[in-house]
Design a binder for this molecule. Structure first.
Ligand code: C5P
Length: 222
C-alpha cells in the first residue's frame, strides 16, 4: 500500500503553505512544498541567463533536471551547497516561478521528483496541481482559497512583520496576475480536484481553524 497523501491546493497567499506545514508536523508526515520547486526553477533559469519564454522551455527543463535540491528538516532549501531559502521567497521569485511553471516541459521535469516525496507514514503536499495531477489517488484533497483582497492583505501583513516595505495595491495586482496565469494555462491549471473538500480561509478565520478542519477531515477518512 503506498503511503497516504493529503493534498492542499489553492491560489497564492491563501495560507496553504502554513496550513500544510502545521498539518504535516502534527501528523508526523513528510512535507512537499511544490511551489518551492518552481521558484527554484525560475531562480536557476534567471541566474543562467535563460529568458523565461516558451521558446526556451526545453532549455529550462534540461537545466532543472540537473539541479541538486535539498529540503532540510529545519525547512531550509538548498540548491547545491547554497541556502536559497530567502532568495526564492521574494515577490519577483514568485512571479518567475509562475512564468516557468506554465511550460509543460518544466512541469514534466519536476513530476517524478515530486512523487518521490511520498513516504511512510504519509505526505502533505502543497501546491496547485497536487490533487489533480501529481497525486490523483490522494486520500484527502483540500482546496484552500480566500478572496484576492483578503490574500493581498495577508501578504501585506507578512511582509510588514518581516520589516519589509509593501503596498497593498501592488500586491493585489501581482497576485491577480499570478492567479490569472495559474488558472488560464493549459498545463495543469490551478483548479480544485473534483473530489476536493473546500475551505474558505477568509479574514475572520485563523490558520489554526484551517489546520483543525483538515485534521478533522483526515480523521473521518481513517
Ligand atoms: O505556492 P507558491 O507561491 O510558492 O508557487 C509559486 C508559483 O509556482 C505559483 O504561482 C505557480 O505558478 C507555480 N506552481 C505550480 N504548481 C504547483 C506549485 C506552484 O504551477 N504545484
Amino acid at each position: 500500500v503506498p503511503a497516504p497523501v493529503i493534498c492542499i491546493d489553492g491560489p497564492t497567499a491563501s495560507g496553504k503553505g502554513t496550513v500544510a506545514s502545521l498539518v504535516a508536523q502534527r501528523l508526523g508526515f513528510a512535507l512537499l512544498d511544490s511551489g518551492a520547486l518552481y521558484r527554484i526553477a525560475g531562480l536557476a533559469a534567471t541566474r543562467a541567463g535563460i529568458p523565461l519564454e516558451a521558446a526556451h522551455a526545453q532549455q529550462i527543463a534540461d537545466l532543472v533536471a540537473t539541479l541538486h535540491i535539498v529540503f532540510t528538516p529545519d525547512q531550509r532549501v538548498l540548491l547545491g551547497a547554497e541556502d536559497i531559502s530567502l532568495a526564492i521567497r521574494t515577490e519577483a521569485a514568485g512571479m518567475n516561478a509562475s512564468r516557468v511553471s506554465a511550460f509543460p516541459a518544466v512541469r514534466q521535469a519536476l513530476l517524478q521528483l515530486q512523487r518521490d516525496f511520498r513516504r511512510l507514514p504519509g505526505l502533505v503536499a502543497d501546491g496547485r496541481d497536487m490533487g489533480t495531477v501529481i497525486f490523483p489517488d490522494a486520500a484527502l484533497k483540500v482546496y484552500l482559497s480566500a478572496s484576492a483582497q483578503c490574500r493581498a492583505e495577508r501578504r501585506f501583513k507578512q511582509l510588514i512583520d518581516k520589516g519589509l516595505s509593501a503596498n497593498i495595491a501592488d500586491l493585489l495586482a501581482d497576485l491577480q496576475a499570478r492567479d490569472a496565469r495559474d488558472m488560464q494555462r493549459s498545463a495543469a491549471p490551478l483548479k480544485p480536484a473534483e473530489d476536493a473538500l473546500h475551505w474558505d480561509n477568509h479574514a475572520e478565520r485563523t490558520i489554526e481553524q484551517a489546520v483543525q478542519q483538515v485534521l478533522a477531515w483526515w480523521e473521518q477518512r481513517q
